[in-house]
Design a binder for this molecule. Structure first.
Ligand code: 5AD
Ligand code: SF4
Length: 434
């Protein structure tokens, strides 16, 4: 059977896609690049905002038509599957099976049952060993960086967020398992790993997250460690120390702030004030100047006033984030923020988002300009130059690099090379091979 997995959402979901792909490959199924060629299409979904959900339903609509023309099995997994469960069959009766986010290993069984003619097959159970997925099964996409799960789930309760519902409470992988996987990856040629969790900072698989970073960094041959994502309240002094001092931990920190107004943060149940967030950034000390910082913002949260939003703009400037992701608040089913009055006109929310994003592009441009003339290590992320003749690479600070290698020169995929930055655009850095 030929299968295709379409994934939306975060790195965690990407990595689930790699695990699911491995499970099907182990059954002798063959991965293909498009839904058109596939006999089984698996939609690995995200439900963080309404827009993400729309994309899934629109793809489901397309597959319904395709299913009328030819035999096709359609499965839905990921966060929307966990959230909607059997309700998905009502909305889209052509779905053959639904697989929750905490039941990944059940995939072959669900496919077999659907193949045997059973209708509306579903498993959205919470298997306690879901996070202990065997690394040998995972079938990784062809990227220079390997994703590695360290924790699943989230114990915070931000009022806007669907993730505690779709991913459950925290489960931690024992650090020995993590280390064994990283060693195996390095043996297979990977030089960079990204440690994953809905909240990696609260890691408790036998040591703290700061200790885990130190232990992983001792794996010989590994060059860079990244991690995502973090809650500010679990960002400790120990972690800041490792981040600044350990040369294998990439100089990049994504620490979601969400709002610059204490009033809004309280309504979001973020558990910190702006001052506390800034205090935690302060843990980085003078090492902070050598790192890139990024964050997330939600604008137009219920009850957000002009003053609240101005406060967000002030913090944006004060921290001068190197990058940020910002979104208009999207009400999610079953979340506590649904009870808050959301009567701000969409035009106001959009105007705020535009203002924030414009200011961020200025800050990002300034951040990029600081790299001009510098010589930095970058990792090659493509197998060849693009049409403009650039090789794509990435720096430790998570800057996209367009690298000129000179005519006919081949650069080894996944290797670290040194590059001199010659151009700073708002979205990338241009560089020459040194
Ligand atoms: N509406 C808008 N943005 C959201 N995020 C999470 N939930 C919502 C929501 N209901 C944003 C947060 C989070 C990022 C991954 O997505 O900024 O950090
Ligand atoms: Fe989307 Fe969040 Fe689920 Fe990731 S964890 S797929 S961002 S809803």
């Amino acid at each position: 059977m030929k299968f295709h997995i379409q994934t939306w959402g975060c790195q965690m979901n990407d990595h689930d896609g790699e695990k699911l792909s491995g499970l099907l490959s182990a059954e002798g199924f063959e991965a293909v690049d498009s839904a058109e060629e596939a006999e089984l299409v698996l939609l690995n979904t995200c439900s963080i905002r309404e827009k993400a959900v729309h994309k899934v339903y629109s793809e489901l609509g397309r597959l319904r038509e395709e299913k009328q023309r030819r035999p096709l099995m359609v499965g839905v997994t990921g966060c929307l599957a966990q959230q909607e469960q059997a309700a998905l069959f009502k909305r889209a009766p052509h779905i053959d099976f639904v697989l929750g986010t905490m039941a990944l290993k059940q995939l072959p069984r669900l496919v077999a049952e659907a193949q045997a003619g059973k209708a509306r097959v579903m498993d959205a159970g919470e298997y306690p060993d879901n996070h202990l997925f065997p690394p040998s099964v995972t079938r990784r996409r062809d990227t220079a960086k390997a994703l590695v799960t360290i924790t699943e789930g989230c114990n915070h309760a931000c009022t806007y967020c669907i993730v505690p519902t779709t991913r459950g409470a925290e489960r931690h992988r024992p650090y020995g398992d993590v280390l064994a996987e990283v060693r195996g990856l390095v043996e297979r040629g990977y030089r960079e790993v990204e440690l994953l969790g809905q909240n990696v900072n609260s890691y408790a698989g036998g040591c703290t997250f700061a200790d885990l970073l130190e232990r992983v960094s001792e794996v010989e041959g590994l060059e860079w460690i990244r991690f995502t994502t973090s809650h500010p309240m679990n960002f400790t002094k120990d972690l800041a120390r490792v981040l600044v001092a350990n040369p294998k931990v990439a100089p990049f920190l994504h620490l979601p702030l969400q709002s610059g107004s204490d009033r809004v943060l309280k309504r979001m149940l973020r558990e910190y004030t702006v001052a506390e967030y800034l205090e935690r950034l302060g843990y980085l000390g003078e090492g902070r100047s050598r790192m890139a910082l990024s964050t997330d913002f939600i604008v137009g949260f219920p009850g957000e006033t002009d003053e609240d939003f101005d406060a967000t703009m002030r913090v944006l400037d004060e921290v001068a984030f190197d990058g940020s992701f910002s979104f208009i608040y999207s009400p999610r089913p079953g979340t506590p923020s649904l009870r808050l009055k959301d009567d701000l006109p969409m035009a106001v929310k959009s105007a705020r988002l535009t203002r924030l994003q414009q200011r961020q592009s200025e800050l990002t441009r300034a951040s990029n300009e600081r790299f001009l003339g510098r010589e930095i290590p970058v990792r090659i992320e493509t197998h060849g130059p693009n049409e403009q003749g650039w090789w794509l690479a990435r720096s430790g600070e998570w800057k996209t690099i367009h690298l000129a290698a000179g005519p006919g020169r081949e650069l080894p995929f996944g290797e670290l090379v040194r590059a001199r930055v010659t151009l700073a655009s708002p979205h990338f850095l241009g560089a020459e091979l040194v």
